[in-house]
Design a protein around this ligand. Structure first.
Ligand code: SAH
Ligand code: SF4
Ligand code: F3S
Length: 512
């Protein structure tokens, strides 16, 4: 066991800790015995996962029952997710555990007894939002000292963040990272028993813990992790540092999870990974992403398959062929270009050229003519000139994306780009950003409108937020359509006439 001086000890050799000196943080290892003794039982704590976590779910449940009795009501939780779909899926895992423990969901953060922020750190403004909201939460907690606050996710993997929290946000009860999220029940039980702050951050892991509880946000669709981490080290990006090395899940575990989801009413899955096209390379019995897709396609009752994100450098002809032949893989590909300038792409360490990307797009469009393409673009990468930027506009005009997420470059400490010379002045970046946005929006309005007047199969997702006489559904190509309907239609497929395109969405009519 890997005991370290100070606050926290950890259980497995692939774990490590933040450098905590304060003695008022809890020694997890010693504390386990206390928890155990408090329960008055003499069974050993399981050492294998997920059994160990089920043991702690049970333990936390007993503490929560006592706390609820004292409060005279059920206790509530609110999980807020920042960042990408990976984080959204992680939050569903947190909710699954919280509900098993017996917490009840409370949509309003200020009213919840236990607030959890699952954080993102991909750009600086993501961090600022968390600190801002945390300050507000601290004021609420002052009035309600029984409130518990947990922070987890990508931001927690940055040592400076944890230092800052320890110094200036001492009211936070529980802090853990991306690699040990599976340990949530164990950490929570420790916090409940000790009443003291618990911090547990691992630097990396090769562990994948299967079969923990998970509570889906939607009954009819679900994200499914197929891999974790990233090995690409694009020079601007912090994700490989906070999500660790790439590791793929066993294909059998993925298929088993999807079969269970389908048995539980799911008709659409979104396969998740930072670079799905390199899926399977590190497995003992390597398989390709295209082969995995073919296996998933065979699952009876599953109607739609989506995936993200695809790195252009690893997108194979085999994948294009499998997509073209598939009846279930949706007609949508998110293919982040980041920049149109080969010179900038090289500095970004993206490992493709402008010409290579455009050639790939042409091959995809030739094989799958009705494909909808979307992308991510960064403006203001260090050293980007007006000519480089014009190359990006040229790619946007040539590819004609259905939509594009455009980002202003954000300097992330510890990445190679953060120390590159020629950081672009803010006013220049803003001007380029506005010009890019205009171009992207004009083109996407034209591209999206091409389906006007056609009948498409739509999966209804929700009752419309603004007008309850309408429902909102999604086409295979990921566009949204609003049309008259009611809640009974949610999770089912309908043929819908796309009457009018309004920029990024359609107004439609059900075909009876
Ligand atoms: N794995 C995915 C991207 C994950 S991050 C891929 O490779 O495509 C999502 C997007 O955030 C990236 O595509 C990129 O456009 C943007 N991004 C990442 N780091 C950034 C930074 N430092 N500044 C601005 N945008 C960034
Ligand atoms: Fe970041 Fe690049 Fe990995 Fe995507 S592929 S997560 S942009 S390092
Ligand atoms: Fe953000 Fe982490 Fe996703 S940094 S974009 S939540 S992988």
């Amino acid at each position: 066991m890997n005991m370290m001086q100070g606050a926290i000890s950890l259980y497995s050799t692939d774990s490590c800790m933040t450098d905590i000196e304060q003695t008022d943080y809890i020694r997890l290892e010693e504390n386990m015995e206390n928890i155990w003794n408090a329960a008055g039982q003499d069974m050993e704590i399981p050492s294998t996962e997920p059994q160990r976590q089920y043991y702690f779910i049970d333990k936390a449940k007993k503490y929560l029952e006592k706390m609820s009795e004292a409060a005279g009501r059920p206790l509530t939780f609110c999980v807020t997710t920042f960042g990408c779909q990976m984080n959204a899926r992680d939050s569903e895992k947190l909710v699954g555990i919280l509900e098993q423990i017996g917490y009840v969901e409370e949509p309003e953060e200020e009213k919840a007894d236990f607030v959890i922020y699952n954080t993102c750190t991909v750009r600086e403004n993501a961090n600022q939002r968390v600190y801002g909201r945390l300050g507000q939460l601290g004021r609420i907690k002052k009035k309600n000292p029984h409130m518990m606050i947990a922070l987890c996710g990508c931001m927690m993997q940055e040592p400076e963040v944890v230092e800052k929290l320890k110094k200036s946000y001492r009211f936070v009860d529980l802090i853990f990272g991306t690699h040990n999220i599976f340990k949530f029940a164990e950490l929570l039980a420790t916090r409940m028993e000790s009443g003291r702050t618990v911090i547990d951050i691992w630097k990396d892991t090769d562990k994948i813990v299967e079969d923990l509880p998970v509570e889906r946000k939607y009954s009819f669709k679900s994200g499914v992790n197929i891999m974790f981490g990233c090995n690409n080290f694009c020079s601007y990006c912090i994700v490989p540092y906070v999500r660790g090395r790439e590791r793929s899940r066993d294909p059998k575990a993925i298929i088993r999870e999807i079969e269970r989801l389908v048995a539980d009413g799911v008709v659409e899955v979104m396969l998740l990974g930072q670079n799905v096209n390199s899926y399977g390379k590190t497995l003992d019995h390597p398989i390709t992403f295209a082969e995995l897709l073919k296996e998933i396609e065979k699952i009876d009752g599953l109607e739609r398959i989506r995936f993200m994100t695809s790195h252009p450098k690893d997108l194979s002809d085999e994948l294009i062929r499998v997509m073209a032949e598939s009846k279930k893989i949706c007609r949508h590909l998110h293919l982040p270009v980041q920049s149109g300038s080969t010179r900038i792409l090289k500095m970004m360490n993206r490992r493709y050229t402008k010409e290579g990307y455009l050639d790939l797009v042409n091959r995809i469009k030739d094989a799958i003519p009705d494909i909808s393409l979307t992308t991510d673009i960064i403006v203001g990468f260090p050293g980007e000139t007006e000519e480089d930027f014009q190359e990006t506009l040229d790619v946007v005009r040539k590819v004609r994306y259905d939509s594009a997420f455009t980002f202003i470059y954000s300097k992330r400490t510890g990445t190679p780009a953060a120390v590159m010379e020629n950081q672009v002045p803010e006013d220049v970046v803003k001007d380029r950003f506005n010009r890019l946005l205009q171009e992207v929006q004009d083109i996407s309005a034209e591209v999206c409108a091409v389906h006007e007047g056609t009948v498409q199969t739509v999966l209804v997702e929700s009752v419309n937020d603004h007008d309850s006489s309408l429902v909102t559904g999604r086409l295979s190509n990921n566009l949204l359509v609003h049309f008259p309907g009611d809640a009974s239609m949610i999770g089912k497929f309908y043929p819908v006439l796309l009457k009018e395109c309004r920029g990024f969405y359609y107004i439609g009519e059900l075909i009876k």
